[in-house]
Design a protein around this ligand. Structure first.
Ligand code: ATP
Length: 366
């Protein structure tokens, strides 16, 4: 197992920069997820680590070894790709043994190592089966066994679960995590599924347009997003445009919120749907308490989602907010047309200094 280091790695196709000055330190045994929208450079980064794509600039190290100029077969990486099919004419044992045969490992050793990885992925009874006799999840576990059998320095996974249905995805995902932890495998995982990334990874790298937006633990990214892009990409966020003065943020619609965070020249306030409290508006308490960060609104849409209910609420300035309420303690859901009072706790407000283009994108403006 190796530590993996990327130093100012760039990939350029003619004038198009697919990956910009990427620097990363992946610790020994760490599970790192590369996450971001389609085309942001995740796969290109993974393929540069594997050696299938040549870096235009920068260096890549496995431990202390500079592997930048090594071909893929000299880097000893184990890889599982989406649609990286098993050889259909070979049985499970032969599929897994193939990489070791290429490395001229002795027959006895191959037998022992294949048996061991089959045991690890709990397919020891399936050694003689052909790929077509296996379920999708079993085939992915064979692909994983094939990657693990070479004792890779680094395990590289590119959307390995995307062909599986939701239940199987969940099961195989847990297995991958357990195996990765028990073997202490340095692993880089590419996905565009944020739930998968949050649940699997020690750290996530959120990429946007070939550049790193933020690197951090799942909780870092969710609770302390560094940029509006991250706040919007990881989970859901309600945004308000406005201006900050002291500890008060005044939205363009004229609502004033007390905030706890301090960001110079903040122009955007964000708050997660589940941090907003929702209650039936009491006609007797006509005035809203702006010191308590309360705003009035009307429920427009109600979506029951099992553990919680999601509301779309229209507030002043024609803005619509998403609010999630846990169903655990709630006897009756709100209904469309209901007047509600929302409370936005200051400690859960994110502040950003965003450029106007980004603001318009986030607010869904043309
Ligand atoms: P996805 O989630 O859709 O797989 P990704 O984040 O993995 O996306 P990459 O496959 O790394 O994205 O591609 C990054 C950018 O580089 C894309 O805009 C892609 O079109 C471009 N690109 C990739 N390979 C080449 C190539 N061989 N020649 C030119 N451009 C390329």
């Amino acid at each position: 197992m190796s530590k993996v280091t990327l130093k100012n790695v760039v990939k350029q196709y003619d004038s198009f920069v697919a990956v910009r000055e990427m620097s990363l330190d992946i610790s020994n045994g760490e599970f790192l997820a590369l996450l971001g929208p389609s085309g942001c450079g995740k796969t290109t980064t993974l393929r540069m680590i594997a050696g299938f794509v040549e870096a235009s600039a920068g260096r890549i190290f496995f431990g202390d070894q500079d592997v930048t100029d090594l071909p893929p077969n000299k880097r000893n990486t184990g890889m599982v790709f989406q649609g990286f099919a098993l050889f259909p004419h070979m049985n499970v044992h032969q599929n897994i043994a193939y990489g070791l045969e290429m490395r001229r490992v002795s027959k006895d050793e191959i037998r022992g190592r294949v048996a061991k990885v089959l045991d690890l992925v709990q397919l020891d009874r399936f050694a003689e089966r052909m790929p077509r006799q296996l379920s999708g999840g079993q085939q992915q576990r064979v692909a994983l066994a094939r990657a693990l059998v070479i004792n890779p320095h680094v395990l590289l996974l590119d959307e390995p679960l995307s062909a599986l249905d939701a239940k199987l995805r969940h099961d195989v995902r847990l297995q991958i995590r357990q195996l990765q932890q028990s073997l202490g495998l340095t692993t880089v995982f590419v996905t565009h599924d944020q739930e998968e990334a949050l649940s699997l990874a020690d750290r996530l790298v959120v990429m946007n347009g070939g550049a790193v937006e933020q690197i951090g633990s799942p909780a870092d990214l969710y609770e302390r997003p560094a940029t509006p892009f991250v706040a919007d990409f990881i989970g859901k966020t309600n945004f308000f445009k406005g201006t900050l003065e002291g500890d008060r943020f005044t939205t363009d619609a004229g609502t004033s919120f007390k905030v706890a965070a301090k960001v110079a020249r903040a122009t955007l306030l964000g708050v997660r749907p589940e941090k907003i409290k929702i209650a039936v508006s009491q006609p007797s308490a006509a005035t809203v308490h702006s010191d308590a960060n309360e705003i009035e609104g009307v429920v427009e849409l109600v979506s029951y989602l099992g553990p919680f209910t999601e509301y779309q609420v229209k507030v002043s300035g024609e803005q619509r907010l998403l609010v999630q309420q846990a169903n655990r303690d709630v006897l009756e859901a709100m209904h469309p047309g209901q007047a509600v009072r929302l409370t936005i706790p200051p400690e859960w407000c994110f502040l950003f200094n965003a450029d106007p283009g980004m603001e318009s994108d986030l607010m869904g403006e043309a």
